[in-house]
Design a binder for this molecule. Structure first.
Ligand code: NAP
Ligand code: G4F
Length: 339
């Protein structure tokens, strides 16, 4: 069972499990029209059995777990956009913190043999206390999202230690793909620049371009989630690429993959990126996209996952940016393609 099956990671994980011969139950929240474009993109829409599940509704979670008693339960559903968590801290706490306790309680009572995976995050390291970050690095979250996820992480550890559940927490650094939501900076850049290239818009507006992230490919990271649940004992694992790059560097590589060449001028809010091939200003800064508190630098060390799980990322940073830019170039050419 996968919560958040309609999201980026949920859809890649569903594909991975289906390819391994699993029966996949996709827990999706009720909506007049469930968002299935990613399952369509991967060609698995008809292979995933959708089960209605709302993170905020305890009775619903209990019934689904009691009825299905899944062998493995991957909790990927969340309000996952950091910027939005500053606007809706209470909803974020309910969906990203308390919901984890709801699920663990339901598993403890109705299906204690179920193996549980919690989608924890490098955002919990926030104002980083050491470089690079590993499993034992002290946490210092910088957003309501990071704070909520920290509760989700610790309640997972607590149910493992208190009740003996097979409950693992994956502390995942940023991972992206052509299926990434458009509000995250990577997809905003690749989709935005592809649309600039094809004349659908004049430029893109970004916030803090000095922020550094450890960006990997989502398809590689879901393999690590699965490996955690195949271990005899549960635990906590960092998954990362062990490299870090600025948002500015991401823009440069994406532009290059789209046959543009960015030259920077100005500083701070006045910084501008010009495409030297057309002479047009294609990147400007809008302070609206700055955050009340920023995570300046993330870089992980996934040695534990490499040693214990035998996990290793396959796709390079450059390959990731290129694949995202090319997918968005195709979408910009064929505007009938969804997302
Ligand atoms: P995503 O694309 O935003 O997907 C989030 C999923 O959660 C969607 O399927 C969404 O459903 C579902 N959801 C949201 N609120 C819900 C609710 N109240 N009830 C039921 N379902 C709800 O996120 P992602 O990038 O795949 O990330 C997966 C998980 O990993 C998240 O928990 C995220 O916080 C965590 N994480 C992500 C990264 C990363 O870099 N991607 C890194 C570390 C941790 P709808 O389709 O209906 O909106
Ligand atoms: O792409 P982002 O919104 O991702 P962020 O905040 O790192 O969070 C993602 O990764 C976390 C793992 O560390 C996940 F837990 C979380 O669910 C999510 O998947 O922003 C990345 C950086 C930030 O420093 C932000 O300030 O890009 C900077 N940025 C600059 N301009 C922007 C923009 N971010 C967004 N979304 N939009 C901008 O215009």
């Amino acid at each position: 069972m996968i919560t958040g099956v309609t999201g980026q990671d949920g859809s890649y994980l569903a594909k991975l499990l289906l390819d391994k011969g699993y029966t996949v139950l996709g827990a999706a929240r009720r909506s007049a029209s469930v968002n299935l474009w990613r399952l369509d993109y991967l060609g698995i829409r008809d292979k995933v059995k959708l089960v209605p599940m709302e993170l905020l509704e305890f009775t619903n979670i209990c019934r689904v777990i009691q009825d299905n008693k899944p062998d493995e339960f991957y909790n990927l559903a969340a309000q996952s956009f950091v910027a939005a968590s500053f606007e809706m801290p209470l909803y974020t706490a309910d969906a990203d913190a308390i919901a984890v306790a709801r699920i663990l309680e339901a598993i403890r009572h109705y299906s204690p043999e179920t193996r549980f995976y919690q989608a924890s995050t490098s955002e919990m390291f926030g104002k980083v206390q050491e470089v690079p970050q590993i499993e034992s690095t002290p946490f210092y979250p910088r957003s309501p999202y990071g704070v909520a996820k920290l509760y989700g992480h610790w309640i997972t550890v607590n149910y493992r230690e208190s009740f003996g559940l097979h409950a693992s927490s994956g502390i995942l650094f940023n991972h992206e793909s052509p299926l990434r939501g458009l509000e995250f900076v990577t997809r905003k850049i690749t989709a935005g620049l592809a649309n600039v290239k094809h004349g659908h818009r004049s430029h893109i507006e970004l916030g803090n371009m000095d922020a550094k992230r450890d960006w990997g490919f989502a398809g590689d990271f879901v393999e690590g989630m699965w490996r955690m649940l195949q271990q005899d004992t549960s635990g906590d694992y960092v998954l990362s690429t062990n490299e870090t790059h600025t948002v500015r560097k991401f823009v440069e590589l994406a532009a290059s993959a789209l046959d543009m060449n960015i030259e920077w001028s100005g500083e701070g809010v006045d910084e501008v990126g010009t495409d030297t091939k057309t002479g047009k200003q294609v990147v400007t800064i809008n302070p609206q996209f700055y955050r009340p508190a920023e995570v300046d630098l993330l870089i992980g060390n996934s040695e534990k996952a490499q040693t214990v799980l035998g996990w290793k990322r396959q796709m390079s940073f450059e390959g990731l940016v290129e694949s995202m830019a090319k997918a968005d170039n195709d979408r910009a050419v064929d505007s009938s393609v969804k997302n």
